[in-house]
Structure formats: structure tokens, C-alpha cells
Write a protein that binds this ligand. Structure first.
Ligand code: SAM
Length: 259
């Protein structure tokens, strides 16, 4: 898909960060010149337009916006900070502070952020096969700032890499990460509104393969964890026998314990 980059109406010139972004992505830059997004898209025959804001890029696609925001993860971390409730993902991963964590499916980076918050001495690497999702989320994470030091500090520690997890895993040595996590796109979206989200339009929808599970089992030292709809049949297909879910939650975590 052809993507062009422009600025907001009020921006004058190209900021240093925008120049770095253009260098890294090779997307073409077009002057805003008081044009609407629709006009820019039509004039340059672009499939999508990225508008550069000083707090991160915003992708305009099919009349919808896609940009990085930590809202869901922030709520999950706040539950712990305010009420001491530990996120189910942290429990499923049996995360210890200092762990080396490989998140194979970045998406909007909510799970990566929750893990990174609980892993202040460790490392999180997040993989994403969609170049556009990886780019928007990586640069959004880089430029996002809030009043909350604990949130900003965790976001900045996530390392985003644009790669297919199978390619990346195959290059890793045995037992080189503590925990490996997969959250593939659900076969059937949970919410009726979900088919319309830009993430669903841009994401890689391939199912998790047995080969990827075998590679992750080779590369992980402690656990491989898979998020899925409890009744999807995916755990059965992937040979994962141990999983945790709560009765009032449709989502479950499949666990391959290697210790
Ligand atoms: C359900 S989303 C992940 C959501 C994420 N856990 C979060 O908290 O925001 C799945 C993401 O994994 C990506 N993905 C799917 N298959 C992949 C693969 N083989 N390699 C890397 N990323 C992949 C999709 O493009 C999508 O962005």
C-alpha cells in the first residue's frame, strides 16, 4: 500500500524527529498546503496518509485513525497500583522481575507495556510482522509522554522490531529468552465492532503454527504462553493441554511450562 506522510496544518517545516522517521521508513513526504487528508490521498493516489504530530504519527486509513495510545495497559497497571490486583497475563507468564521477555505479537503494545511495567529489571522485545503497525506503534511509543513517570518509563523500555516471529525465532539460540508470548488475532473477533478497527485491517491474521510453537519451546527457558479465546479449539489444535481462564472471561492463557 502506498503511504504518504504530511504534517498538521499548524506545523512549520520538518522537525528533527520527522526527518529521522522519513529516513527510517522511506515513506514520501508531501506538503500539507491547507489540503484535507482526503485530497492528499486522492492527489497522491495513496492507500493511507500519515499525519505527523509531535506526540507521534497518526495513520489515516479508510476514514479511521490508527495511532499509539497506552489506555488499556494503563488501566490494567492502575488496577495493580491502586488495588494491588495483578494482571492475569503476569500470573500466566509467572513473570519474575529481571526476565528476558519475547512478545511475538506487538499489536498496540498493551500486553508488552503491562509486562514491561512488572519487569523493571528485565527486557521486553516485541515483534510485529506488519510494517505499518510496527512503525506507528514504535514511533508512537518513542514520542508519547504523559504526566506519569512510571508509565512513560515502561513504554520507553519496549524494543519494537518489525519481523515475522517465525523468522526471528529461527535465528535465536536455544534457551535465549525466559518467556515467549503469542497473542495472535482471534479467528472470530470477540467484539462485534472489532472487524472495523484499523488494527484488524492492517494485522497479520495467520493462525499460530505448530512450527512456531516448537521454535518457541526451543528458545524459551521458562514458559511459552499463548492467549486465545477459551472455546476456540486453538489450544487443542496446538497441543497445549494446560491453560488458565476465569469463568466470566472468554479469554484464556495456554501455558507450556519448561522448568
Ligand atoms: C491480537 S494482536 C496483539 C495485541 C497485543 N498483544 C496488544 O496487547 O496490543 C496480534 C498482532 O500480532 C501480529 N502478528 C500476527 N502474526 C504475526 C507474525 N507471524 N509475526 C509477527 N507479528 C504477527 C498482528 O499483525 C497483530 O498486530
Amino acid at each position: 500500500m502506498e503511504i504518504v506522510v504530511t504534517t498538521t496544518h499548524s506545523q512549520k517545516g520538518l522537525s528533527t524527529e520527522l526527518i529521522k522517521f522519513l529516513d527510517e521508513t522511506n515513506f514520501s513526504f508531501v506538503q500539507r498546503e491547507n489540503s484535507s487528508i482526503k485530497n492528499i490521498q486522492e492527489k497522491h493516489k495513496a492507500g493511507a496518509v500519515i499525519v505527523w504530530h509531535k506526540d507521534g504519527p497518526v495513520l489515516h486509513l479508510e476514514g479511521k485513525k490508527f495511532y499509539y495510545h497506552p489506555s488499556m495497559a494503563k488501566n490494567r497497571i492502575s488496577l495493580y497500583r491502586k488495588k494491588g490486583i495483578i494482571d492475569p497475563l503476569i500470573k500466566a507468564c509467572k513473570l519474575s522481575d529481571g526476565d528476558k521477555f519475547l512478545d511475538c505479537t506487538l499489536g498496540l503494545g498493551a500486553d508488552a507495556l503491562v509486562v514491561t511495567y512488572f519487569n523493571s529489571q528485565g527486557q521486553t522485545i516485541s515483534l510485529e510482522s506488519s510494517q505499518i503497525i510496527a512503525t506507528i506503534v514504535k514511533w508512537g511509543m518513542k514520542l508519547y509522554t504523559s504526566e506519569l513517570i512510571w508509565l512513560d518509563e515502561a513504554i520507553k523500555r519496549i524494543e519494537v522490531i518489525n519481523s515475522n516471529y517465525l523468522t526471528y525465532l529461527s535465528l535465536l539460540a536455544d534457551k535465549s529468552f525466559d518467556i515467549i508470548y503469542f497473542d495472535p488475532m482471534f479467528r472470530n473477533p470477540l467484539l462485534k465492532s472489532e472487524p472495523l478497527t484499523p488494527l484488524r485491517l492492517l494485522a497479520n491474521h495467520s493462525p499460530l503454527s505448530l512450527e512456531a510453537i516448537a521454535e518457541a519451546t526451543r528458545v524459551a527457558r521458562k514458559r511459552v504462553v499463548v492467549k486465545e479465546l477459551a472455546r476456540s479449539g486453538e489450544f487443542n489444535r496446538l497441543g497445549i493441554k494446560n491453560f488458565v481462564s476465569s469463568p466470566n472471561n472468554k479469554i484464556a492463557f495456554g501455558i507450556i511450562d519448561l522448568e
